[in-house]
Design a protein around this ligand. Structure first.
Ligand code: 4AD
Length: 455
């Protein structure tokens, strides 16, 4: 009852508060500030309330004392309530700990939106032992958690770092369409759509478009959503993922391999250098060892020998033979055992895409590469591209693809063809590796996979 009588009001004689973000707190020690954020954690004691405030740039401990702590409004605060908090920042004394080593002695606060309590409370909705499906239904709330939000921050840093690397390497960013009428990686995973009465698809890869840009813009890249109707539930397949793709003109297969490892090594280095993302990677994946150049290179044929020598069977449970696909389980076993990044090269023609050229010294295999990382396996797939028109048409024929709708792609081989190659990187897979996540679903903002398109 006493608490009901206490009214909270601002002492107008205090110095004006400067509105700041938590990330800038260290520059404001001793000053009165205003922070706007959400209650991440809450501890109410007699005469003292501790709020861990979150504003998207960091976490800050706010301490409420006296009437401010005892007021009814404070006693009925809930986690995820949004607030404006006013107070003075101080360094924490030795032996006490809080995020950033500082705390805010609050002198006033106002509630913007009071979050529910009881059954509808945030803590009740997002419990650690919640069924993963329910957690996905509540992804909009789960994203506020420390782990998911940390992965999303690292994700932003990865995308920024990769753009920086491409700029340094002289590649130009382009934005190809997502609605297309051609396939790149096989008809079985195409998402079909009705496009004003015509059949169209959601893009599986922007590769073909990037190829057409080479004579216009030189080396190019894009960061675009790709879509795959993957029927199986695995740790590393999404129906929609953020595809980082690059394409380069007048390169050799060796140049392509060198470029891929350079992009990975530099991107990871920039993320680790980033004060925010670097610290988050350490927190999420304390044992992370940044990859070093040069990466181990292994030919498909050598990988088969390794698998057979180490008793890893193919999908039918038999020893591997030439032409077998090295499926996810076997690939992971091999990569985890070898324990370093592997550039796996020269896959057989029949298990690879229509556009991949044959190796001049062995026509059974192609100038193709997958980059495999311990704990996730394949994070990158790439190849040189057939640049002779007739050879390309034979590739279409082999795969049963009608070349008519690819006229613009074959024209690239007509009007000044050139040797070229490129690759695609799965953003969520890089993140699963970098942040040590069990599945790529934890690395996508709102993951899409079989049966899930909500929220
Ligand atoms: O190996 P993929 O299928 O290669 C291509 O699409 C080429 N056309 C790319 C190119 O050369 N421009 O896919 C490339 C990468 C894979 O290594 C993987 O990291 C990721 O894209 N990826 C997926 N990530 C999540 N969910 C899926 N369903 C994925 N499919 C491929």
């Amino acid at each position: 009852l006493a608490a009901m009588k206490i009214t909270i009001s601002e002492d107008k004689s205090l110095p004006a508060a400067k509105k700041i973000k938590i990330r800038d707190i260290a520059q404001h020690i001793g000053q009165r500030v205003e922070i706007q954020g959400w209650i991440h954690r809450l501890r109410l004691q007699k005469g003292r309330a501790f709020i861990i405030l979150r504003d998207g740039t960091g976490f800050l401990q706010c301490v409420l004392t006296g009437d401010l702590a005892n007021a009814y409004q404070t006693l009925t605060l809930t986690v995820e309530t949004s607030l404006y908090v006013f107070g003075t920042i101080s360094k924490l004394p030795e032996g006490k700990s809080a995020p950033g080593g500082v705390e805010l002695a609050a002198d006033y606060y106002t509630i913007v939106g009071l979050a529910p309590s009881g059954k509808e409370s945030f803590t009740n909705k997002i419990q650690e032992d919640l069924d993963p499906n329910l957690l996905l239904d509540r992804r909009h709330l789960a994203l506020r958690g420390e782990t998911l939000s940390a992965v999303m921050k690292v994700r932003a840093s990865v995308l920024g770092a990769v753009r920086r690397v491409y700029q340094e390497e002289g590649l130009t960013e382009v934005t190809p369409p997502c609605m297309v009428q051609t396939q790149v990686e096989g008809g079985s995973t195409l998402f079909k759509m009705d496009y004003y009465g015509q059949e169209a698809y959601l893009t599986q890869s922007s590769q073909l478009y990037l190829e057409t840009c080479l004579p216009a813009l030189g080396d190019v890249y894009c960061i675009q959503e790709s879509f795959r109707a993957e029927k199986s539930h695995t740790r590393r397949h999404l129906s929609e993922y953020t595809h980082i793709e690059a394409e380069m003109a007048f390169i050799s297969f060796e140049d392509l391999l060198d470029h891929i490892e350079k992009v990975i090594v530099k991107t990871v280095a920039y993320v680790l250098e980033d004060p925010v993302a670097g610290a988050l990677v350490k927190q999420l994946n304390p044992g992370f060892v940044p990859p070093k150049m040069p990466f181990k290179r292994l030919q498909y044929i050598e990988a088969l020998d390794w698998l057979n020598e180490n008793g890893v069977p193919n999908e039918e449970g038999n020893p591997f033979k030439f032409g077998d696909d090295i499926a996810e389980a076997a690939e992971r076993k091999m990569t985890d055992t070898i324990g370093v990044p592997i550039l796996l090269t020269r896959f057989p023609v029949e298990i690879k895409s229509f556009y991949m050229p044959k190796c001049s010294d062995d026509p059974r295999v192609t100038e193709s590469v997958d980059l495999l990382m311990p704990t996730v396996g394949e994070i990158t797939g790439g190849s040189m591209r057939i640049y002779d028109k007739d050879e390309l048409l034979a590739g279409f024929k082999r795969e049963g693809i009608d070349p008519a709708s690819y006229y613009w792609f074959t024209d690239q081989r007509v009007y000044g063809t050139c040797p070229h190659g490129g690759y695609g990187l799965g953003t969520e897979r890089i993140l699963a590796w970098l942040c040590n996540r069990f599945t790529v679903r934890d690395c996508s903002l709102y993951p899409r996979f079989t049966g899930r398109c909500t929220p």
